[in-house]
Design a protein around this ligand. Structure first.
Ligand code: GLC
Length: 732
């Protein structure tokens, strides 16, 4: 069991005993609960005690502060608490005059010390609407019992937060844009494949610093189930480190060391599911009602079949269907991914509380960024694909608020590999604007990089970017060329149509191209999880192999392959988000075919792009006559250029400038410092652009921040080199 030892047994909430049913079937229960009162957070008087063991303060239950919340029915019969549209039905915060106990203790005596209570209360005041409002929308009147428990939890974690992390919190509060600055460069690696162990990672920091890395995402390292574990995404224990990598103490020490060098640590937070060996699942199988309700268990096929009618399959080849029969639990278990990954029932508020506890526990170990794994899937709704549901955003907003209250240094990154239309919601739309994740993978842009590289045409790229609404100005994109996963061709049919093509045709073409089946393709990838029903064929392969380095036979072909890789990286580094360099790409590592000899990996060709770090090749990084040396030097050059350009602050949007030449992409960034124009040629030929068009944006003599040259735009045309990439900066 993962409850910390000092937890008050009274915290063992047992209210949601109903058997693991999603929210829509809990209508009756919630209706009954609607008569209950909502507690309000009460600011406590300043205390002179600096002790962290203060008795938790219960919120006031005064009648004035506790108004019943009305409910509404939704299309499919679910009952939710009043939403923004029914603002008037929500409990009103009493005015300061009417209820002085809810105001901030501004009259504190100068003699008294500033305590954790003061900190907590100020932050509660700030984030209360985000936390309580979102939870009320999802859980209705259950917030009644949820709130005091959350408050105690936050108080305890704040008390336990180490000094240096509190210092970081204060620094971050003064620099809320820390993730948005052009200096921010991310690096993504499996600890074992990069450096053996966590201690080993600590010994490679010079390597990372040479690349200007400021943020390190260590791939899943919390204790996974034994054997097959989906690359670590089947977690057995979130409070322990994978034994071969080290211990929680090692993790804490590494986080501290990284912090000392100005590098933020990111870890995965697998939210949609746990391993079937996780204690919650073990107890569910043992028949404990509390834990059965953590999962989505069904006695027969009725509801699973009903859900299946509209659910897609994530792993159609090695895990078809979304439900798995489990004999011990005598139930069909919802398993979106592999059969050993049990989906959690986020409609149960206890699951929410567990995750607040886990986030704060890990934040206090020094984790600064949480990658919210498979976040799009956490809320299920009958009749839908059970992805991107509104509750996902409410829950993220509530989790973020809880994190901000205890650990303001912490940021969230959404791993929502969804269609372009659904993407921006993960950074916040409408009321959630800027209040959910701080960063989200720009999956749509990654897909378009590979799409344009294959076709040599940028019209679909332009249409896709133009269709994505502006992100909130306090958020950023995670920019990437490759990662540990496959590439799914998330191309919108509408954007394809506007670009004069057909979505399904383009997707099929890209699969054939990158699996090397298309005649004359330079790529060496493999199809991952072909789905004959939808025609989907995702692609595995390392960036270098997909870009032609593996297939290159002549020096000219090697040059072209490297030019393609540089082009893709230049777009991601020049877009205005956090570039996330995937381990090995800085050395142009090829596909690793050895995975098929490892039984736990053999069925999953995503291991093609999860090689062991090749430290012998890394030695060549100083020798620019080698592909590794050229790639490394090119990235260093881009990174250095990027880090000097205020234009790349993520609060500014990149804007597509429709190009008169369909082989080139033009991205403009309008910054108070002046204009920046990214020019990218996606073909192996020279491409011409009218100088007048560029002059209208960056003036007659801009400087190319990558090449270091001034350009003369007074002629009629400019020529972009094969796969050329340029960052033109308007001069003062
Ligand atoms: C995320 C991970 C992927 C994993 C899946 C299930 O998409 O990136 O590797 O298979 O979640 O956890």
């Amino acid at each position: 069991m993962t409850l910390p030892p000092d937890r008050n047994p009274a915290d063992e909430i047992t209210e949601p005993t109903s058997e693991s049913l999603p929210s829509e079937v809990k209508a009756t229960k919630q209706k009954a609960a609607a008569k209950a009162k909502v507690p309000r957070v009460t600011a406590v008087k300043p205390s002179t005690s600096t002790s962290n063991k203060d008795t938790p303060k219960r919120p006031s239950r005064s009648k004035k502060a506790a108004t019943p919340v009305k409910e509404r029915s939704t299309k499919n019969g679910s009952v939710k608490a009043a939403s923004a549209a029914q603002e008037s039905a929500k409990p009103k915060r009493p005015s300061r005059k009417a209820a002085p106990e809810t105001t901030l203790p501004v009259q504190a005596s100068p003699a008294s010390a500033f305590t954790d209570d003061d900190t907590l209360n100020i932050r509660l005041e700030r984030y209360r609407d985000d936390l309580e409002g979102s939870l009320t929308r999802v859980y209705g009147q259950q917030v009644e019992w949820l709130w005091p428990r959350l408050e105690r939890l936050m108080r305890r974690h704040l008390a336990e937060r180490p000094y240096d992390l509190r210092r970081l919190d204060e620094a971050r509060l003064l620099r809320p844009d820390w993730l948005q600055t052009p200096e921010m460069i991310g690096y993504v690696a499996y600890a074992d494949r990069f450096a053996g162990t966590l201690e080993g990672v600590g010994k490679r920091l010079d390597y990372l610093s040479a690349l200007g890395v400021k943020y390190l995402h260590l791939m899943p390292l919390l204790k996974p189930r034994p054997g097959e574990n989906d690359g670590g995404y089947a977690v057995q224990d979130y409070r322990a480190v994978r034994e071969d990598l080290g211990t929680m103490d090692n993790l804490e020490a590494l986080a501290r060391e990284l912090r000392g060098q100005g590098i933020s640590l990111e870890l995965d937070l697998v939210m949609n599911h746990v391993a079937e060996e996780h204690d919650w699942a073990v107890r569910a199988r043992a028949g404990e009602g509390k834990y059965r309700s953590y999962f989505l268990l069904f006695p027969d096929r009725d509801r699973p079949d009903a859900y299946e009618r509209t659910l897609p399959e994530v792993f159609p080849e090695f895990a078809p269907g979304n439900f798995t029969w489990n004999e011990a639990a005598a139930s069909w278990v919802w398993t979106t991914f592999n059969s050993y990954q049990w989906d959690l029932n986020w409609a149960n508020p206890n699951v929410f509380v567990e995750f607040v506890d886990l986030i704060l526990f890990l934040a206090n170990k020094g984790v600064e960024i949480f990658r919210l794994d498979a976040i799009a899937f956490i809320w299920k709704r009958l009749g839908t694909d059970s992805q991107n549901q509104p509750e996902v955003h409410d829950l993220t907003r509530a989790l973020r608020a809880a994190a901000r209250i205890v650990a303001p240094a912490v940021a969230f990154k959404a791993e929502a590999i969804v269609s372009p239309e659904n993407l921006t919601a993960y950074l916040g739309k409408r009321d959630h604007h800027g209040k959910v994740s701080d960063m989200a993978y720009h999956n749509a842009l990654m897909v378009q990089l590979w799409s344009s590289l294959a076709s040599g045409n940028t019209k679909l790229f332009e249409q896709t970017l133009a269709s994505i609404p502006a992100k909130p100005s306090n958020t950023t994109w995670g920019m990437y060329v490759r990662c540990h996963d496959d590439i799914g061709w998330a191309i919108s049919d509408q954007a394809a149509q506007r670009a004069g093509t057909v979505g399904a045709d383009q997707r099929a073409y890209l699969s054939d191209f990158y699996s090397g089946q298309w005649p004359e393709s330079f790529a060496r990838g493999e199809v991952f999880q072909a789905n004959p029903q939808t025609g989907d064929k995702r692609i595995s392969g390392s960036a270098a192999s997909l870009a032609g380095l593996e297939a290159a036979r002549t020096e000219a072909e090697v040059r072209l392959a490297l030019a393609r890789l540089k082009l893709l990286h230049t777009v991601t580094l020049g877009y205005g988000g956090v570039p996330l360099l995937y381990m090995g790409d800085e050395l142009a590592l090829l596909n690793d075919y050895s995975y098929s000899a490892v039984p736990a990996h053999a069925a999953d060709n995503r291991w093609l792009q999860r090689p062991l770090m090749d430290w012998a090749r890394a030695e060549q990084r100083h020798d620019i006559s080698t592909p590794a040396g050229q790639m490394f030097a090119a990235l260093q050059n881009m990174i250095r250029a990027r880090q000097t350009l205020p234009h790349l602050h993520a609060s500014i949007e990149s804007e597509v400038l429709p190009s008169p030449n369909e082989h080139t992409l033009l991205l403009r960034r309008s910054h108070p410092h002046g204009q920046m124009l990214g020019l990218y040629n996606f073909t192996p030929e020279f491409q011409a652009l009218p100088a007048e068009l560029l002059r209208g944006v960056v003036g007659a003599y801009p400087r190319d921040a990558l090449g270091g040259y001034f350009w003369n735009l007074t002629n009629a045309e400019v020529a972009l080199e094969p796969y050329g990439a340029y960052w033109l900066i308007e001069q003062g």
